[in-house]
Design a protein around this ligand. Structure first.
Ligand code: ZN
Ligand code: ZN
Length: 435
């Protein structure tokens, strides 16, 4: 059958002999596990040679029905242990439910003999290109993941949980058309390389690893929401209602509908590499610390380099301006622009607050505070003022305030420093009701 996966072929072969897949597996692999592991990934040379010998199917055709079809293109090579980025496990592994087997119920209905396509294993594929409907990655009745090797149905493809015939289900409409993205990614795998913007020709598996990294950023983590919002503004055709996009640490656990949207977003970010991505990361307030948690060598060069080159410095700008305004507001209300007051006023901790905030009055050694920042006051005068304040037993700020008030004929109202310890001021009591 065209594009049939080896586990599907194996199951049909077993059924033709009146056997369950597990029974056939123990016949060809005596002493083998009762539940064979995912054959699409783990069928080894030994098993393939044996099956080819017994059935007369050329061994290369069998290999082509496994993940090896994509070696060097979708992934560099498979050691059988590490996760493959776009080929999540199927069925149950170690008790965990894995949604790596997708199906199009419409295709199954159209088949004379229903079978699974290997392309349905690719997690960037979420819509059937023939029927335009979302693939199913779990049983709509009982939510069990599909695993063709675990089923009893002879001839039909059934849910291993409740036994429902998958042909009885219908796939939903996708959030928007993702088929062009899928087609582009399949073309990328076929060609084996792509020109990646500033980085020139790059192997397809590297491009796909970067795409997977972008998907992770969009799928979960504290910046996912900001990234999605920015993207929806830039590319309105990719905008969907936020509540229809749950967060997940692992993009492979998302439903096909949500995954399709996020893959299309990641694909959009990948274009003009790395400029769209850099712009998005800056807009979402991400820096290299957020984007590269492991060492450089564990990321594709075109990703790690783009992050370190463009996003190394903490993104300032708007935030600094906002903090300056907040600091001015506090001063205008006779408050200290201490870090604590700034945090309370801005409602959040911002990285650049440290540079703007006044030092805590009691926390710094005498004379080292940065409060007095008038340009044009000579160091000589500053030093003399500090000394005079010290002799008067005061900090330089209050001392200077009192002195200037006398000079300028202002009444000697209490300075902010006399009222309270600035760090115990609560904004509700002091700022919110004024102005
Ligand atoms: Zn279909
Ligand atoms: Zn079911």
């Amino acid at each position: 059958m065209p594009d049939e996966s080896i586990s599907s072929w194996f199951t049909r072969t077993a059924a033709a002999n009146g056997l369950r897949p597990g029974e056939l597996y123990r016949i060809v692999q005596p002493g083998g596990d009762r539940n064979p592991r995912d054959l699409d990934r783990h069928a080894d040379d030994c098993l393939l040679d044996l099956l080819a010998g017994k059935t007369g199917v050329p061994v290369d055709d069998l290999k082509h029905a496994t993940f090896r079809r994509w070696a060097g293109r979708l992934f560099e090579h498979d050691d059988g242990l590490n996760k493959l980025v776009w080929l999540p496990p199927a069925g149950r592994e170690g008790g965990r439910r894995c949604f790596g087997q997708q199906v199009c119920p419409w295709c199954l209905r159209a088949d004379a003999q229903p079978y699974l396509r290997l392309n349905w294993r690719l997690s960037f594929s979420t819509t059937c290109p023939i029927h335009g409907r979302l693939l199913l990655d779990r049983c709509p009745s009982c939510a069990e993941p599909f695993s063709i090797l675990r089923q009893d149905g002879r001839g039909a493809i059934c849910c291993p949980g409740c036994g429902a015939d998958l042909r009885d289900f219908t796939g939903d409409e996708p959030a928007f058309d993702t088929i062009s993205v899928q087609r582009d990614l399949l073309g990328l795998i076929r060609e084996g390389w792509r020109d990646l913007g500033d980085y020139g020709p790059v192997y397809s598996f590297v491009v796909l690893e970067i795409l997977a990294q972008l998907l992770r950023l969009l799928a979960g983590g504290k910046h996912a929401h900001a990234l999605r919002l920015w993207l929806a503004e830039q590319a309105p055709s990719l905008a969907v209602r936020p509540e229809s996009l749950p967060r997940a640490r692992d993009g492979a656990l998302l439903t096909p509908r949500a995954r399709g949207v996020l893959v299309a977003m990641a694909h959009w970010l990948l274009a003009e590499w790395p400029h769209r991505f850099v712009e998005a990361a800056k807009a979402a307030g991400m820096t290299s610390t957020d984007l590269r948690k492991r060492s450089v060598g564990e990321y594709p060069f075109a990703y790690a380099h783009a992050v370190d080159w463009h996003l190394k410095e903490p993104h300032k700008g708007d935030a600094t301006e906002e903090i300056m305004v907040a600091a001015q507001m506090l001063h205008d209300h006779g408050q200290s622009a201490s870090r604590q007051n700034l945090v309370a006023l801005c409602g959040t901790k911002l990285g650049s607050m440290g540079g703007v905030a006044d030092p805590v009055a009691s926390g710094l050694p005498w004379g080292k505070g940065r409060y007095w920042k008038l340009d044009g006051v000579s160091p000589e005068v500053k030093a003399a003022a500090r000394l005079a304040a010290h002799r008067a037993g005061e900090d330089v700020g209050p001392w200077l305030d009192a002195l200037l008030r006398r000079m300028l004929g202002l009444c000697a109202i209490k300075t902010p420093f006399d009222r309270h310890d600035p760090d115990t001021i609560t904004l509700d009591a002091n700022v919110g009701c004024e102005g």
